[in-house]
Design a protein around this ligand. Structure first.
Ligand SMILES: [Zn+2]
Length: 273
């Protein structure tokens, strides 16, 4: 079975988890580390002959257009992660649409040739209350969304009873949910990010095997900063700090094992689009 792997292309300071300390207006003062971290990912993908989906933040595309072109040149899928990392849960439909428009303009300006067909909302902020955003994605000719975490474990996101495998969420739009497995009625995340850093690799491996055994490919995600233990440390509340900094030095080694043990490709390919 072929699973999907995706990267949310943003830098360490773009994360919602740090937004209480580093506001958007101060992003330009932060050290840009996304290029070197992304190149490590690209080299790792090349070594394992894996193509991935990159959900690019428009703000990043404006800063490092050559990196975005390189991702495309190395045969990965380019998709959209908004422009300013605006949470859909904090936006009006007009604000969401404006941010989406700006993200697409940034990508076009960067010089990539692909017309993106996939979208991932910052911090998985497509929840029950923000399904209105799907109509806007349809209007912009997106073919899939990958923003729903089908579980109720996290305080800020998730749709607890959403399907675990890709499905049509509207007439023209697929939803490609992040990897979760149901065990004894409980949903366990095995889709990457902080969960990948937190759980031992053997646990994630077992969860993915279970999902694949049930005929469900998983959708995995990471950020370039999750491979970077050398990033600047900021003081944030304990739970947020654990979410951001736990296990950073082991991510790359775990990812090597993951790419060795499972087959991965782009979300577009998994959907057959
Ligand atoms: Zn993000």
């Amino acid at each position: 079975m072929i699973n999907a792997i995706s990267i949310d292309l943003e830098d360490w300071f773009c994360v919602s988890n740090l937004s209480g300390v580093i506001q958007k207006d101060h992003w330009d003062e932060c050290e840009l580390r996304v290029e070197s971290n992304t190149r490590r990912l690209l080299d790792l993908f090349d070594r394992h002959n894996v193509r991935a989906t990159f959900f690019v933040l428009g703000w990043i595309a404006d800063r490092v257009p050559a990196l975005v072109r390189e991702i495309e040149a190395r045969n990965h899928e380019i998709a959209v992660h908004g422009h300013d990392h605006l949470l859909v849960t904090k936006a009006t439909p007009q604000e969401f649409e404006r941010d989406l428009q700006r993200a697409l303009e940034s990508l076009a300006r960067s010089g990539v040739r692909q017309q993106p067909i996939g979208f991932r909302a910052p911090s998985f902020s497509i929840v029950k209350e923000t399904k209105w955003a799907l109509d806007i994605l349809e209007r912009f000719n997106f073919q899939y969304d990958s923003s729903v975490f089908p579980m109720g474990l996290h305080p800020d996101y998730g749709i607890p009873n959403a399907p675990l495998k890709p499905y049509k969420i509207t007439e023209r739009l697929y939803e490609v949910p992040l990897g979760c497995v149901e065990i004894f009625g409980k949903r366990i995340p095995c889709g990457g990010g902080g969960y990948f850093r937190f759980f031992p690799y053997t646990f994630t491996k077992r969860m993915i095997e279970l999902s694949n055994g049930r005929g469900i490919p998983i959708v995995f995600y990471l950020h370039p900063w999750e491979l970077d233990p050398g990033q600047p440390k900021v003081k944030i509340p304990l739970m947020k700090s654990i979410r951001h900094y736990y296990g950073l030095s082991q991510t790359e080694g775990k990812l090597e094992m993951l790419l060795r043990d499972f087959q991965f490709t782009t979300i577009r390919k998994v959907l057959g689009l």
